[in-house]
Design a protein around this ligand. Structure first.
Ligand SMILES: Nc1ncnc2c1ncn2[C@@H]1O[C@H](COP(=O)(O)OP(=O)(O)OP(=O)(O)O)[C@@H](O)[C@H]1O
Length: 286
């Protein structure tokens, strides 16, 4: 299931990454690869080190050992801090949507979305506003939302605004931390479709952390399961569903009512496809 040789289209490569906090070992030799254009998910129980790994990929934390290459750049070779020119250049090639949005409460939505452009480009204010309005439209927000403050937004709108900001600099790579957490099923389904659309339209590579099994079955091309400091398995959800029988760490995600329900939905989808029916599969109607 796991591809042992690094492929030419690798956008992120982790090799023997180890991380500890004091005596607490979080990662002990993580190897994985994210390929261009795929939607790659990191899953694992609480405390398994998903967020730490994501933070390491975006230069917010340095591992104790091992190497991480992102977009062809060896992160260890970069200098510390934002003042380093290469670090700054690399940061501009990815966008991050944080779990709680990470929007500044004192700025309007449009100002939040325009912030990366103000920080990293010499564009004038009028052009920045225009680009920010376009990014908001891309994520399905009405133009008037730009004048609102984050506290006035619903959870789903907040996720969209945060996504618009992550897209501000036209990134090649997008990191999504729990993109559907805290959303009702309808809003979660809309975020799912939006992320898929963005990938298809712009060829983005997407790395996400999620506990949302529906999202995993519907959106993720490949999934890495973290447990006990290691990657326990990497593959499509269907592939993981096959191997979970022999691996208790992976089985956890398929056991329990939510896991079984999501798996059932996948099987129903397969049945719809093989029976030749057309239209939206039943599991889409959440
Ligand atoms: N800055 C830190 N200092 C000390 N310990 C930390 C720090 N950051 C993370 N940890 C510990 O590392 C472990 C992994 O944390 P991490 O947040 O990466 O897990 P996670 O898989 O994302 O969990 P969750 O699903 O609950 O968000 C946890 O035990 C956490 O307490």
């Amino acid at each position: 299931m796991q591809d042992p040789t690094p492929s030419d289209d690798a956008v992120i490569t982790l090799s023997k990454v180890s991380t500890s906090f004091g005596e607490h070992v979080v990662h002990s030799g993580i190897d994985l690869e994210v390929r261009r254009g795929e939607i790659f998910a990191l899953i694992g129980g609480s405390g398994s080190g998903k967020s730490t790994l994501l933070r390491e990929m975006i230069l917010l934390h340095r591992p104790d050992a091992g190497s991480i290459r992102v977009l062809g750049v060896d992160l260890q070779a970069l200098g510390d801090g934002d003042a380093d020119r290469d670090t700054l250049a690399l940061r501009q090639r990815w966008g991050v949507m944080f779990q709680h949005g990470g929007l500044f409460g004192s700025l309007t939505v449009q100002e939040n979305v325009g912030l990366p452009l103000r920080e990293h480009t010499g564009l004038d204010d009028a052009l920045i506003d225009e680009i920010a309005a376009w990014k908001l439209a891309m994520t399905g927000l009405e133009p008037q939302v730009g004048a609102q403050y984050p506290s006035e937004l619903s959870g789903g709108m907040m996720k969209r605004a945060s996504l618009a900001r992550a897209l501000a600099l036209d990134p090649e790579l997008l990191f999504l931390d729990e993109p559907t957490a805290g959303l009702d099923p309808e809003s979660a389904g809309e975020v799912d479709q939006l992320v898929r659309k963005l990938r298809d339209l712009f060829g983005l590579t997407i790395v996400m952390i999620t506990h949302d099994l529906d999202l995993l079955w519907q959106l993720a091309d490949r999934v890495a399961v973290l447990a006990d400091g290691k990657v326990q398995g990497i593959g499509s959800m269907s592939e993981l569903a096959q191997v979970q029988v022999d691996n208790p760490a992976i089985r956890k995600f398929f056991d329990g009512p939510r896991g079984r329900a999501a798996h059932e939905q996948d099987k129903q989808q397969a049945d719809v496809h093989t029976s030749g029916e057309t239209g939206e599969p039943s599991w889409k109607a959440k």
